[in-house]
Design a protein. Structure first.
Ligand code: SF4
Length: 250
């Protein structure tokens, strides 16, 4: 296979290969446990600065105790904080959750809105969370740019930006909208399992033969290196000095 050399080509090949490694829809690939959009929204708010496994360990009790947005809006702060304590930042997250419940009740009749513009007006919900809800809960186009997506898309040369909004725009321009959600999820899984932040495991990566950041030399990169070495100007050889040498300044 020829190596894709453009951002569009790399995006196409990365999406295709990652879909083979991590098959399924955005919903199937999401590692948070939930049944309804409201539950996913609450779980996603809790997932900040912690693992999905940690969130999944508290949400069964959370969802059973507060089954509707109205129940969450009326939650006793101490009780709610106690349930979500192990996810970290529990005071701020409890405030977001009660605010979220209240806003959903007051402005959206207790339903999670579908429009990105509405989702981002909710407490604790930024563009990333809004795109998770759209793609995972509703099956709509949405690329959630988290730390993994930001890192991998830069390493793969799909964007040169560090701004999540610009990254989203750059990557969405390269991938058909029906894949935005699942592509984002596969990037997250690949970032957790293979292209880990501190030491990417390039030797085990299915994208290694065309990733511009791979640490594993490819045949093409080796050939380019050896061509560069051959064409580099060689340093003039010094004449050996000996007894017979006549120095001009002697
Ligand atoms: S080749 Fe290396 S840097 Fe590139 S995506 Fe794979 S693990 Fe990350």
């Amino acid at each position: 296979m020829t190596r894709p050399r453009t951002p569009a080509g790399r995006a196409r090949e990365a999406r295709r290969r990652l879909a083979e490694c991590y098959p399924g829809s955005a919903r199937e690939l999401c590692e948070l446990s939930f049944d309804t959009p409201f539950q996913l929204l609450a779980a996603t708010v809790l997932s900040a600065q912690t693992t999905d496994q940690r969130v999944n360990s508290v949400t069964p009790e959370l969802f059973a105790r507060y089954p509707t947005p109205g129940d969450l809006a009326r939650a006793d702060p101490d009780e709610l904080e106690g349930i979500i304590h192990s996810t970290g930042f529990f005071r701020a997250k409890a405030r977001s959750l009660t605010g979220l419940g209240a806003q959903l009740d007051a402005r959206f009749a207790g339903e999670v809105p579908v429009a990105l513009e509405d989702l981002v007006t909710l407490p604790g919900v930024g563009r990333k969370t809004a795109n998770v809800i759209r793609s995972v809960a509703f099956g709509l186009p949405g690329l959630a740019v988290d730390t993994h997506v930001a890192r991998l898309t830069k390493l793969l040369g799909l964007t040169d930006s560090t701004d999540p909004v610009k990254i989203e725009a750059d990557v969405c321009a390269l991938v058909p909208s029906r894949y935005w959600g699942s592509f984002g999820m596969t990037l997250i899984l690949h970032g957790r399992r293979v292209c880990v932040a501190r030491r990417p495991r390039c030797a085990d990566c299915v994208l290694g033969d065309f990733c511009p950041s791979s640490s594993v030399p490819t045949r093409a990169s080796e050939a380019a290196k050896s061509a560069a070495q051959k064409s580099a100007p060689t340093a003039p050889r010094r004449r050996p000095s000996g007894r017979g040498d006549v120095r001009a300044d002697a």
